[in-house]
Design a protein around this ligand. Structure first.
Ligand code: TTP
Ligand code: MG
Length: 369
């Protein structure tokens, strides 16, 4: 049984337009779009909710948007500002987890399975993120909370704008029954129509089709349809930046000057390191062990050693003890900080490619960003 995960999907509400309104309050309440000029065959990037009432939406020609909503105000995008806001979102997210996968400037998945705030309640964490984004950045984001990425993304759309929705693990099977297949990321107009002709409108209907039938009709995507119809999605939240190392360190209230005391501290660091590395061990393997020592006079030294294929576990305490014993005499002064770390390599490139294939969903590929 795989461990239950807690995934949050965050999606800012009418992102570009909301930033523009925030920075120019005179625009509040007006139908507003961000996009290119109608007389230059511009396209709408996004519209606020007042404009959406008139049928204005992303990727629509600006000229058509103005026909639907003649008093629509279309302003040019300020991408630098949106990028800066996006970075601010991520700063807030990082207070809850480092497992963040950005999908675009205004959208991200967060894996908060191991987050400790709010007794680990993902719903309360999401609520807190929404509260802080509002208070600190003056913007609203919607949130979806669920045991996987597919459902979290569906959920963030459920109460949009300025809303949140949780699908608890025990609610999954009931929730998907009535879920229209059009809500599945990747099911566009064509696939939806094909499914409709097969008598399928909801994930409940979709569950009645055999895997072989789906694979026959939809190729590889058939397996995906089979899974998501049941609320199953094993895709991991993938942080975009590859990690090169992981380490833990501690500064001591009192300097340590005896080797046995250092050994005790190193063992503690190893426990913490094992805990942190355990969370990413499915994606990385350690190539080197590293010890860092900062002396009382703030000079420091590090010593690293390749992890051979001796079959010894990476966290073999004896090896780290030897590293400290070798490194310490370089300064031979009391120690104010000790650190233990690992240099990392991502697991097989082939494996990573495969994961990217799963990430590749037709809808995202079509998005006009
Ligand atoms: P979305 O999150 O799809 O849209 P949104 O944030 O404007 O509205 P909401 O989430 O409330 O439905 O996209 C985020 C931003 O990306 C959007 O503000 C503008 C940009 N964008 C484009 O430039 N072109 C597009 O076709 C889409 C869909 C978005
Ligand atoms: Mg959005």
């Amino acid at each position: 049984m795989p461990r239950l995960r807690k995934i949050i999907h965050i999606d800012a509400d009418s992102f570009y337009a909301s930033v523009e309104t925030r920075d120019n309050p005179e625009l509040v309440g007006r139908p507003l779009a961000v996009g290119g000029r109608a007389d230059r065959r511009g396209v709408i990037a996004t519209a606020n909710y007042a404009a959406r009432k008139f049928g204005v939406h992303s990727a629509m020609a600006a000229s058509r948007a103005l026909k639907l909503c003649p008093h629509l105000l279309i302003i040019p995008p300020r991408f630098e500002v949106y990028r800066a806001v996006s970075a601010q979102f991520h700063e807030i997210f990082r207070d809850y987890t480092h497992l963040i996968e950005p999908l675009s400037l205004d959208e991200a998945f967060l894996d908060v399975t191991d987050s400790e705030q709010f007794q680990g309640s993902a719903t309360l964490i999401a609520a807190d993120i929404r509260r802080r984004v509002q208070a600190e950045l003056g913007l609203t984001v919607s949130a979806g909370i669920a045991p996987n990425k597919f459902l979290a993304k569906v959920a963030s759309d459920w109460q949009k704008p300025d809303g949140m929705f949780t699908i608890a693990p025990e609610q999954v099977s009931g929730f998907v029954l009535a879920l229209p297949v059009s809500k599945i990321n990747g099911v566009g107009r064509v696939t939806a129509e094909k499914l409709r002709r097969m008598g399928v409108q909801t994930c409940g209907d979709l569950q009645l089709l055999a895997l072989e039938t789906l694979v026959q009709r939809f190729g590889k995507y058939g397996q995906r349809l089979y899974d998501v119809a049941r609320g199953i999605d094993h895709r991991q939240v993938q942080t975009s930046r590859l990690r090169k190392s992981i380490s833990v360190e501690r500064t001591y209230a009192q300097d340590i000057d005896l080797m046995p005391a250092m050994i005790v501290q190193v063992d503690e660091l190893l426990l913490e390191l094992a805990k942190r590395f355990g969370k990413i061990a499915d994606r990385y393997f350690p190539t080197k062990r590293v010890i860092k020592i900062k002396y009382s006079d703030f000079t420091q030294t590090t010593l690293e050693e390749a992890i051979g294929d001796s079959g010894e576990p990476w966290n073999a305490p004896a090896v780290f003890h030897r590293l400290v014993a070798t490194a310490w005499p370089r300064g031979a002064k009391p120690v104010r900080l000790l650190g233990a770390g690992l240099r990392l390599q991502p697991r097989g490139a082939g494996e990573l490619d495969q994961m990217n294939l799963f990430e590749d969903d037709p809808l995202e590929a079509q998005a006009l960003r």
